[in-house]
Write a protein that binds this ligand. Sequence first.
Ligand code: BG6
Length: 488
Amino acid sequence: MQALEPFDLILFGATGDLSMRKLLPALYRRHCAQQLPDNGRIVATARSEIDRETFLENVYSNFAQRLDAEELTQDHWHSFAKRLHFVSIDATQPRGFEDLARCLAGREQCTRVFFLAVAPAHFVAICENLEQQQLVTKRSRVVLEKPLGHDLASAQSISERIGAIFAEDAIYRIDHYLGKETVQNLMALRFGNMLFEPLWRRDWVRDVQISVAEQVGVAGRADFYDRTGALRDMVQNHLLQLLCIIAMEPPTSIEADAVRDEKLKVLRALNELSGQSALRDTVRGQYRAGAIAGQPVIGYAEESGVEPGSKTETFVAIRAELANWRWAGVPFYLRTGKRLQERSAEIVVNFRDVPHSIFDVTYGAGHPNRLVIQLQPDEGVRLHMMAKSPGDRMQLRPVALNLDFAEAFQQRQADAYERLLMDVLRGRLTLFMRRDELYAAWSWIEPIFTAWQEAGDAPKPYTAGTWGPAASSALLGRDGASWHEESW
Ligand code: BG6
């Protein structure tokens, strides 16, 4: 494994939810695995006027809630804490940046990573202040968390202003779905095996489903979510990135631009959904009160922080197509929602039926092959096929070849952020979005929300704890298809 150069990782928003829940635990785990160099510092920054000791106490009590006792040993904690520094910074004021400059002085030769785990409204101000204090060295990188904009114009404006300060190959746009183990495995599955590639096309594939279902609601982030909605929060980034990996042509190498060029072609091949076609091929929903795992939950409209009469969608289903030789005519169904029946994220490739069956239905035939790539809750791949049931009769029965990653590799599965943070420190851009990809994704999404806005109607209600509005099943029903919701 490539040894890391000494670094300063400057974490903006260090007391925020993402830092406490994901980033600091991820860095801690890599520290415990001895993958961080001795001369690697984490400079936490936040608006709070607290001192380093208080910050360390906060981090420790946060770790105590999230990490197992055997992970959080005193030895590991004390050595990790030595890496942590704290500078209080208000993004709109130069004063904190002057303190930061003092903290970084003399370390210009180190890799410098500015991780902006803050609201995008602060991105430009932070980068401009960094530039003003001459903190952007030749070895600097900036990491941007989604949402990168609200529409194409705002994404362009943020990108251009940050692009004037950081070169494109120093900008790491995070989509944490690309760091998930199964998404990596999807690349391995597709491009490390001969088996699938000949079948990975319109001649053999009937449809592809990408579904990210969550049980959680929006409590705690209603203010952000109500301005955002599922289309911008999940489809514009996570679901489209999964679509790219599943549908792209084999890249010539694993190098960042080789992969990103192919992903970009997928985004550009998406059929435009606007006006009537957007209304016909998409479904918007909003959850009403219901029950999740037997516990009653309130509806979206009742969540605190949601505007009265909000038309924000908490569920989206889309039927998309790709205009290229490999995929023309194959429906790609995308679906995501909050407060759905289960927490499950998966990609399902449904193959066509056999052209002529020698087994009639009384023999149990009639289940086309299906490949299920499961990202959550467990990570694995299942290939469903037909086999003969034991016994004298020629009775067919569906069975699955099951690859469960946890069982197969008997190793702790790293969190997506661990991998992505290490990739930033190593300077590997393959798992990060390029600017043109970001623009292409917004260009496809924008006409959809414009069509919704113009139609002016409210999203369809669905009861919390179900699979979304009935119209979502009807969207697939039109093609004689249905969502993969059961274990077959
Ligand atoms: C985030 C969204 O990007 O992804 C959240 O903003 C969503 O709304 C989350 O809950 C889902 O991520 P994961 O890894 O838990 O599936």
